[in-house]
Design a binder for this molecule. Structure first.
Ligand code: ARG
Length: 286
């Protein structure tokens, strides 16, 4: 056991402050250098999200921001965490590849066994790979490669359901799909091809459908902590549907991050197992 390993008793999430956040390049349709983010407002929105997470019992750990890496704030993409294993990202766009060594160093220093995705495949971490029960649902085509997902599933010994993403606005799986519990999730159907939808209906019997206007407000990009779901503002229909199923909901404005194509979930990386992951109950990190 690594001496720097911290005890994981409460839900633990990795976040990275937006000290150097900005819209410096365009790698998804949300981003436009002509629509810059407001740094002071971004900092305020990030702190408010962090405060809500802490309020619902999360222990937030932080990765130091790095100048020149504006998207390091989106820690969901750093890696896929499975028990004590962290499958590091290999970013498709060169603009984000500089994040990899920082993610790797932090995870290794905090007790994770860091492994790389198979040679030659792109993989964008928990942004594209989400556990629902004992199954890993994995988005591909726009950022991550399908082939990589299958190989990562074999490395972890888990079943993988690859889901093809067809709408460039929903380029990561976590922009259009969010597991709530084993067998239950939130999703926006317009982001998937027909085969992906059939596969999803089969593995996730209880699906809450998000309307297009709320999907555009990043309703699916939710952070689930216990029975509480945290999203951006502008998702009242989803919140009502969740409340009817017994979930508590919290909303907080994340407009500055939406300009980069991200929202609540993208700004977080759950280190002890997402709520919907059945392996979480067996204990993270051994
Ligand atoms: N600007 C970032 C990118 O395009 C946003 C990443 C959002 N992260 C996520 N997990 N969806 O890569």
């Amino acid at each position: 056991m690594n001496s720097s390993m911290l005890p994981l008793t409460s839900p633990t999430i990795l976040m990275c402050p937006p000290d150097y956040f900005g819209i410096e390049y365009e790698i998804n349709p949300w981003m436009s250098r002509s629509r810059p983010s407001d740094l002071a407002l971004a900092k305020q929105q990030w702190l408010a999200l962090k405060a809500i997470l802490e309020d619902v019992g999360v222990r937030v750990q932080t990765l130091a921001a790095v100048e020149g890496l504006p998207d390091l704030v989106f820690t969901a993409n750093a890696a896929l965490v499975y028990r004590d294993l962290a499958v590091l990202a290999r970013f498709r766009h060169p603009q984000r590849q500089g994040e990899e060594p920082h993610d790797e160093a932090w995870l290794a220093a905090h007790g994770f066994r860091v492994v790389r995705p198979p040679e030659g495949v792109y993989f964008e971490g928990a942004g594209d790979a989400l556990f629902c029960g004992d199954t890993l649902l994995a988005g591909y085509r726009i950022r991550s490669d399908a082939r990589g997902h299958q190989q990562i599933g074999a490395m972890l010994g888990v079943r993988v359901i690859p889901l093809e993403l067809v709408d460039p606005y929903y380029y990561h799986l976590d922009t259009c799909f969010c597991p709530l519990a084993p067998g239950a999730a939130i999703y926006y159907p317009g982001a998937f091809d027909a085969y992906a939808l059939r596969a999803m209906w089969e593995v996730v019997p209880e699906l809450i459908e998000v309307a297009e206007d709320e999907a555009r407000s990043f309703a699916c990009n939710a952070v689930v902590v216990g029975q509480t779901v945290v999203t951006n503002v502008g998702c009242p229909k989803l919140h009502a549907a969740l409340n009817a199923r017994g979930f508590a909901t919290r909303e907080t404005p994340l407009s500055e991050f939406v300009k980069s194509g991200g929202s609540a979930k993208c700004l977080t990386l759950r280190l002890d197992g997402e709520e919907a992951a059945s392996w979480k109950d067996a204990g993270a990190r051994g």
